[in-house]
Design a protein around this ligand. Structure first.
Ligand code: ADP
Ligand code: MG
Length: 330
């Protein structure tokens, strides 16, 4: 069996000429991935960001037995601090809004496939069916500041944790950090902060999901979360078949449709991360419909035929496309 991890689907470009102040950089390993943090201004903020990200890992990891998520999975009722309670509420609500394409209680199924534990394995139909019967966002019960899971249910915040952590980083930077602008790459999740002094936009490369090179460059001004999900980012191969790490909660099998990758651009990090996963599961047609109905984010869909489908609000922001571009209108 072969397991392949091709990390970065988004690349921060142009780290020079930031906000006119001194640039500081730090590489951090947290949340199961390499993170590259770049800030302009007071470099001591990097240590605070690192601490925040490591705390997020300690709280949210599904594999660390002492994490809040593991305690929930073990059947405990917990009383999390306010921001974690809000994360649980927002993640479950986002999952519901996607009709369950994002399912934060999918762990019984993802664990069978081994993507979080490293024990990759194609599950048998019987065990998959049993695991599926214990999934669904509604199995997380939030009451009066406490959180617990229904009996047999298990959660995994892997689809939203890095996006949420990116948003927490922005909150930290906004609080008098002495940082005027920043570009954070959290294992391929990009979070920009602030405006560059030279007046130029941030440039973020969207990787070609198949093969090498860029499929396009997004030019954005100000503070944004940009998150890509793609099947070719993490997968394993068994008996000549490829199994990707994004699971369709309706079937329990890896999502398989016309999409090769989904990039979401949003002011809200948790939404960007959760929707990149959910819309990848939906396929282009349903995803475009979801965008038309929801309307508070933008997206670039790359289909397996190499075409780029960009929502109207990003049309002017997508530069140097490597394939045919079609614009999705409201
Ligand atoms: P990554 O974390 O690799 O950047 P995603 O944000 O797309 O990628 O999240 C994928 C992770 O979320 C998987 O590794 C798995 O743990 C979990 N997952 C897979 N499919 C779903 C789904 N449909 N809903 C919620 N979580 C999922
Ligand atoms: Mg995601």
């Amino acid at each position: 069996m072969r397991y392949i991890k091709l990390w970065v689907l988004l690349l921060p470009l142009l780290l020079l000429g930031g906000c006119g102040e001194k640039q500081h950089q730090k590489q951090v390993y947290a949340m199961d991935t390499v993170m590259n943090l770049t800030v302009w201004g007071d470099g001591s903020a990097l240590n605070d960001l690192q601490q925040l990200l490591q705390k997020a890992e300690t709280q949210l990891s599904v594999t660390k037995p002492a994490s809040l998520v593991s305690r929930l999975n073990a059947g405990e009722t917990i009383t999390p601090e306010g921001e974690i309670y809000a994360l649980l509420e927002d993640a479950a609500a986002l999952g519901e809004a996607t009709g369950g394409s994002l399912d934060i209680c999918l762990y019984p199924v993802t664990r069978l496939w081994g993507f979080t534990t490293g024990q990759y394995h194609v599950p048998g139909e019987g065990e998959l069916e049993e695991a599926l019967s214990r999934t669904g966002n509604q199995r997380l019960i939030l009451e009066n500041g406490t959180a617990r899971l229904e009996a047999g249910a298990q959660m995994d915040l892997g689809a939203v944790a890095k996006g949420w952590a990116g948003a927490q980083c922005i909150r930290l930077l906004e609080k008098n950090s002495g940082v005027s602008c920043a570009m954070l790459s959290l294992g391929g999740n990009i979070q920009t902060y602030g405006t560059k002094a030279d007046g130029n936009p941030w440039r973020i490369g969207v990787q070609n999901p198949k093969g090498s090179g860029l499929a396009g460059v997004l030019e954005l001004e100000g503070t944004w979360a940009v998150v890509t999900s793609g099947g070719y980012e993490r997968y394993f191969e068994e008996n000549g078949r490829i199994y990707t790490h994004i699971i369709d909660p309706a079937t329990g099998y890896p999502a398989e449709n016309d999409l090769a990758s989904v990039t979401i651009v949003s002011k809200n990090g948790l939404q960007a991360d959760g929707l990149s996963t959910a819309l990848y599961v939906m396929g282009l047609e349903k995803a475009a419909e979801f965008w038309r109905e929801t309307g508070d984010f933008e997206a670039v869909f790359i289909t397996k035929d190499g075409k780029l489908h960009v929502t109207a609000g990003l049309e002017e922001r997508l530069k140097e496309p490597a394939g045919e571009v079609s614009v999705l209108e409201q």
